[in-house]
Design a binder for this molecule. Structure first.
Ligand code: FE2
Ligand code: FE2
Length: 498
């Protein structure tokens, strides 16, 4: 029997749809799930996926990818590569596993909603592949981490993190609950497919994969690259959805984009920013976080959003300023609150690293160097305990990140709003704008400080908070190099290094 060519049957297959007679269309595809809004039904005829895939092709390609990823995994398991890695780099992979694995799991649910509720059968059809992709990503993270459990209990947090109250995980969970699980299909297409997956995963998966390869962590690099090949494919489902919404409700599309771009950026800055500029060993760094962002997000994503008719977010200048500073603030904060982490953070401020930071970020010394100097003095005086934050920092009610951590230390401003008698605080005027534009959406959640003040954390000190976050002594963070890097500051700066 002769099989038809794919192009002869593809259009019929992807348009599999029928007129419902037993239920109303609005009941089967409620607006609250599809997010169709004012888009007329006929407009969906224009939805056209940028790539064509069939189940047969999909399975054979994915099978190859899985075979490749697991072959590398098995070979490296035997080579016992973990013990040869730089401890600063190890922190990157532990942070990635704990903060990303369950996001992949949440993405399965989001993609399955596309399968069921997306307003066109073409998108519903592609949602199946996206869902299978995300199952694979979750399982790869789990398999990788499981292999390393015997070497380091921090990898247990690959599965555990999202079931804990660890503060960084709360920030991530809050965002992805909002844009994956709480979002209708249209919103998820813009906030997740277009913004997170197309705009930002490159920086986590491409930049980090390059750094991991340089650091000799072939296993982690291989896992990241394998996942990214799926992300870059299924992220494209966002484009046709945005193009249709731009024709019928451009204001809504722009709003979803502006909100999700800021929130995604702040999280990626916190995670990838410190991984690239502080955890990657100096001689193995390929690009600074800012350089990567400028090339892969600012330039490329700027072109993409223009192509689909969106404008740059209104806060673009503030975003660029934040790009110079926010992750340095987060690095300082995470290192100072290291017992609240499930990895050992690297300070990354030896003299040579500091020189590199100043060359990439000219304002670094003025804003952050002076604070690190104080830390170094304490470490060298044998008082490392003074470098651990004793009280909790004020947190933003939208991003759940510390207030004062988005710009340099000269731009700490108090932003607040009162809604239904409760005062909400924000890390920036952008986060305040997000809240004010839809307060009901954000008003119900409480951040760690509010839970602390409500008496949910006992005893009411850092020890109580660490316990409440689920951190046990075997995984609780401490300086990656046990403060050895600070010793060189005991002697005066050599003339040649000035
Ligand atoms: Fe994924
Ligand atoms: Fe994805």
């Amino acid at each position: 029997m002769r099989l038809l060519n794919r192009d002869d049957w593809y259009d019929i297959g992807r348009d599999l749809d029928w007129t419902l007679t037993y239920v109303d269309h609005a009941e089967a595809f409620p607006d609250s799930w599809s997010g169709n809004g004012v888009v007329p039904a006929a407009a969906w005829d224009a939805w056209d996926e940028p790539y064509r895939v069939t189940y047969h092709d999909y399975v054979s390609v994915q099978r190859e990818k899985e075979g490749g990823a697991h072959a590398v995994r098995e070979a490296l398991k035997r080579a016992n590569i973990f013990h040869k890695l730089d401890p600063a780099h190890t922190a990157s992979s532990q942070m990635h596993m704990g903060t990303t694995c369950m996001v992949e799991q949440m993405a399965i649910t989001m993609q399955s909603r596309f399968c069921r509720f997306a307003p066109t059968p073409r998108w519903r059809n592609l949602g199946v592949y996206g869902m299978l992709d995300e199952i694979r990503h979750t399982q790869l993270d789990m398999a990788f981490s499981h292999d390393l459990l015997k070497d380091d209990q921090s990898f247990d947090w690959c599965q555990k993190a999202f079931h804990s109250n660890e503060w960084a995980v709360i920030a991530i969970r809050n965002f992805f609950d909002d844009v994956m699980l709480n979002a209708d299909c249209m919103e998820a297409a813009i906030a997740t497919s277009l913004t997170v997956e197309h705009g930002f995963t490159n920086i986590q998966f491409v930049a980090l994969a390059a750094d991991a390869m340089e650091a000799g962590d072939i296993d982690f690099s291989n896992l990241l690259s394998s996942i990214q090949t799926d992300e870059s494919r299924h992220a494209q489902c966002g484009f046709p959805a945005v193009e249709i919404l731009m024709k019928h409700d451009p204001k809504r599309a722009q709003h979803i984009f502006d909100v999700s771009f800021w929130r995604s950026f702040r999280l990626f800055q916190t995670l990838t920013g410190i991984s690239m500029d502080y955890y990657t060993p100096l001689h193995q760094r390929k690009m600074s976080f800012k350089e990567f962002m400028m090339e892969w997000v600012v330039t490329q994503h700027e072109r993409t959003i223009r192509d689909v008719g969106l404008q740059k977010p209104w806060y673009w200048d503030e975003f660029l300023a934040c790009l110079d500073h926010g992750h340095h603030a987060m690095q300082l904060g995470t290192w100072m609150y290291r017992p609240t982490l499930f990895w050992n953070p690297n300070a990354g401020v030896s003299r040579a690293e500091r020189k590199w930071l100043n060359s990439k970020y000219p304002g670094w010394e003025d804003s952050w160097g002076v604070i690190w100097d104080e830390i170094i003095r304490n470490v060298n005086d044998g008082a490392a305990e003074k470098t651990v934050g004793a009280t909790l920092p004020a947190l933003c009610n939208v991003t759940h990140l510390p207030i004062g951590a988005h710009w340099d230390r000269h731009h700490v401003s108090k932003q607040m709003s009162v809604y239904k008698g409760r005062t909400y605080y924000f890390d920036s005027n952008v986060s305040k704008w997000i809240f004010d534009s839809n307060p009901e959406r954000y008003a119900g959640s409480t951040n760690v400080v509010e839970r602390f003040l409500a008496g949910q954390i006992q005893p009411m000190d850092l020890g109580g908070a660490v316990q409440w976050m689920g951190l046990t002594p075997d995984v609780m963070g401490d300086d990656a190099y046990k403060y050895r890097w600070a010793a060189e500051y005991k002697s005066p700066v050599p003339m040649a290094a000035e």
